[in-house]
Design a protein around this ligand. Structure first.
Ligand code: CXF
Ligand code: ZN
Length: 370
């Protein structure tokens, strides 16, 4: 059994502890990675805080870039020595997977969030005492020196690019850029307003620059993040703590509202504003997740009158084997400059990295593992 060091989340609200763990041997379609960089996403911290259900003790981490060090007997898409980005898991067998929509996999929650095991219930991780630990988080559990993934959720990428820049492509960058490029697809003359200028929202701003959207408006409460949004291509910013975003969107669009909005913060007030700020016939993409069970009301006469489309988008509606290489190529050619979002920390400083992200000082913390 391969042995690794992992940052283990023992219980909700407790600091990570560095422990020796053992990984299961790769099954036919599985891949063993030496993790070289792994981003911290809000979802990791939300699980660690006890707000998103995942069974603890366990190993989180779902934005790995690594080197393949072992493959199961049926793996054809990658080979030892390859650099890969690890992304979300999907079963490959259910109707949405077969129809090319793995983000809507029938087993998505079990495979990525709540399961802690493979779908058949077998553990992939063990503590040094031999007891099973929860793993398989997004099919990877990559806050560790080694991670077990599968041939469906690793994507080979060029080996000559900085690993820290590619880490977010497995979740945050894919989520923000995919929402814009795969779903919202703003047209010439359109205004896109992005609520939340974190890693997902800023990736959406970067992607919006690749479209013909005329106006790209970032909405947040944090002045530093709004400055960064401007530097990355937002044509206007709105500080939601100082002015009403719905009124600001109306003013910036000659009274029409935004043809496209994207809610990335998970705040229901922001979601209401993102819908209220739409132009007639506009589309609001929802990627930010409030706590389970959260509802918002719909004004039905306004629904009929204004015809908004409100679309939930998971992982940027990505087909990872196609979309991630495309994003990586955009990065390589300077057209998706995600370096501006990234701050690196040594793996041992995972707590400091988490703290900096929570304070808003750091947009995308990436842990480097040597
Ligand atoms: C999240 C999005 C919100 C629900 C849980 C999964 N995706 C990535 O971190
Ligand atoms: Zn994530």
């Amino acid at each position: 059994m391969p042995t690794a060091t992992a940052a283990v989340a023992r219980a909700a609200g407790r600091p990570f502890t560095f422990e020796e763990v053992r990984l299961a041997e790769p099954r036919p379609h599985e891949v063993l990675l030496r993790v070289r960089a792994v981003g911290i996403c809000h979802t990791d911290l939300s699980v660690r805080a006890g707000h998103t259900p995942f069974p603890l003790p366990g190993v989180l981490g779902h934005e790995a870039v690594g080197t393949v060090v072992g493959v199961g007997s049926a793996v054809a898409a990658t080979t030892p020595g390859d650099t890969v980005v690890a992304t979300f898991a999907s079963c490959g067998d259910c109707p949405p997977c077969r129809e090319g929509r793995p983000v809507q996999c029938a087993h998505w929650p079990a495979l990525n969030l709540f399961g802690g095991r493979r779908l058949d219930g077998s553990p992939t991780l063990f503590g040094s005492d031999g007891e099973p630990l929860n793993g398989h988080f997004f099919g990877q559990s990559s806050f560790a020196t080694l991670a077990l993934a599968s041939d469906r959720n690793v994507v080979p990428v060029p080996s000559d690019l900085p690993v820290q820049a590619l880490a977010g492509f497995g979740c945050g960058v894919q989520t923000g850029a995919g929402a814009v490029l795969n779903v919202l697809r703003p047209e010439p003359g359109h205004t896109l307003a992005v609520f939340g200028a974190g890693a997902v929202g800023l990736s959406a701003v970067l992607a919006a620059r690749l479209t013909a959207a005329t106006r790209i408006i970032a909405v947040d409460l944090h002045p530093g993040r709004l400055d960064l949004a401007r530097r990355l291509g937002a044509t206007a910013v709105v500080n939601a703590g100082e002015s009403d975003p719905v009124a600001a969107l109306a003013e910036l669009t000659g009274g029409r509202g935004a043809e496209r909005t994207l809610e990335t913060s998970g705040d229901v007030r922001a979601l209401r504003q993102a819908v209220a700020g739409l132009a007639v016939g506009g589309m609001c993409g929802v990627v930010g997740a409030p706590p389970a069970g959260t509802e918002v009301g719909i004004d039905v006469p306004q629904l009929l009158d204004r015809g908004p489309r409100i679309v939930g988008i998971n992982q940027g509606a990505s087909l990872p084997q196609r979309f991630i290489p495309a994003l990586v190529e955009l990065y390589r050619t300077g057209r998706l400059p995600v370096d501006a979002l990234v701050h690196t920390f040594p793996f041992e400083q995972i707590e400091r990295a988490a703290l900096e992200a929570r304070s808003g000082r750091v947009v995308k913390p990436v842990l480097l593992i040597d």
